[in-house]
Design a protein around this ligand. Structure first.
Ligand code: PMP
Length: 320
């Protein structure tokens, strides 16, 4: 696999990364999850600008000094998709601290350098069945806990210990995904996704006080608005989940994934005419540039699609 590392494409097996990386020991990095989709034999990256903006914002929240500008990160991502000849790809940029001093201070006597790594691979479906049957979700005992309010919006490596514990607990208990509650008892989000519920044709989602401002969440807002729905961003008690028609997760990896049951209780609204089905279909059309907005045009729609130029091979079949 080709990855981008600090300014050029390298073979992942040639990197020899240090086991004394600060991020490995203390969880101090930030990352993104991005998808590209095949459109007319080319890879088209969905909402790349927004993902890079969030990557840089996450780094800023953690106080990381990033050496790359927005454009260079964009170039790196394009190169990784291009040189791996991928079309439907999951792309993972990571900004992390390398080897330096082993104390917590990254700017100490031996400063820890900030590295940019970008990898990409094919990652088909996030859940085994997010279609008709839907995901069996579980309200976790693990709370969505962040160090302080601004940290909620950082997609920081360390946060995913919380997600990992909740997710593993769900799997151990025979479920496929966890729903996390915040310290005030309100529903926060999934382990790596945002959550929406539908009741009597009304759509609700938790505020982002204790949930990541998901880019797919934002895309779902636009699609729902175009489909004639408004979304109520509100504080939701867990009890809400006992009496809903439909629910779904949104996320770059899981796209729009229907929730089939919560804590073993089946949700009634899972027929093909359901809002979740329509939204999921519209989302998959949109990312493949086939969806036409009718009533509502997102402001920055023109920036949502980045086309990757196909890889050119030289006469020895090497990437030119
Ligand atoms: N919440 C968390 C904790 C996540 O990790 C993700 C995935 N990035 C999301 C929500 C959904 O965000 P997005 O739609 O931007 O992928």
């Amino acid at each position: 696999m080709n990855v981008w590392f600090d300014g050029s494409i390298k073979d992942v097996d040639d990197l020899g990364l240090s086991c004394l990386s600060h991020t490995l020991h203390y969880g101090t990095g930030v990352f993104e999850g991005i998808r590209s989709y095949e459109v007319e034999n080319k890879a088209v990256i969905f909402r790349l600008q927004d993902h890079i903006d969030r990557l840089l914002q996450s780094a800023e929240i953690l106080g990381m000094s990033v050496n790359q500008e927005h454009d260079e990160i964009s170039h790196a991502i394009h190169e990784v998709v291009r040189t791996n000849s991928l079309t439907n790809a999951y792309i993972r940029p990571l900004l992390y601290y390398g080897r330096g001093g082993m104390g917590l201070d990254v700017n100490g006597v031996k400063p820890n350098p900030v590295h940019l790594m970008v990898a990409a691979w094919e990652w088909e479906s996030y859940f085994s069945d997010s279609g008709q049957a839907g995901v069996n979700a579980f309200v976790s005992d693990w709370k969505r806990v962040f160090a302080n309010p601004s940290m909620v919006q950082a997609k920081a490596v360390g946060h995913y210990l919380n997600s990992h514990m909740a997710y593993s607990d769900a799997i151990k208990n025979g479920y496929e995904e966890a729903i996390l509650i915040d310290e005030d008892g309100y529903i926060a989000e999934g382990s790596a996704s945002n959550l929406f519920v539908v009741k009597d044709k009304k759509v609700m989602t938790p505020k982002t006080t204790n949930a990541l401002k998901g880019i797919t969440r934002n895309t779902a807002f636009s699609l729902l608005r175009d489909m004639g729905y408004t979304v109520d961003e509100c504080d939701m008690n867990v009890e809400v989940l006992l009496d809903i028609d439909e629910a779904f997760f949104t996320g770059t990896a899981c796209e729009i994934s229907r929730i089939g049951s919560i804590n073993g209780k089946k949700l009634p609204g899972s027929d093909s005419a359901s809002l979740t089905t329509k939204l999921a279909e519209s989302y998959l059309k949109l990312v493949r540039m086939e969806y036409k907005f009718n009533d509502y045009f997102p402001q920055n729609l023109g920036e949502w699609f980045s086309v990757v130029q196909a890889v050119q091979l030289d006469k020895n079949n090497y990437v030119a």
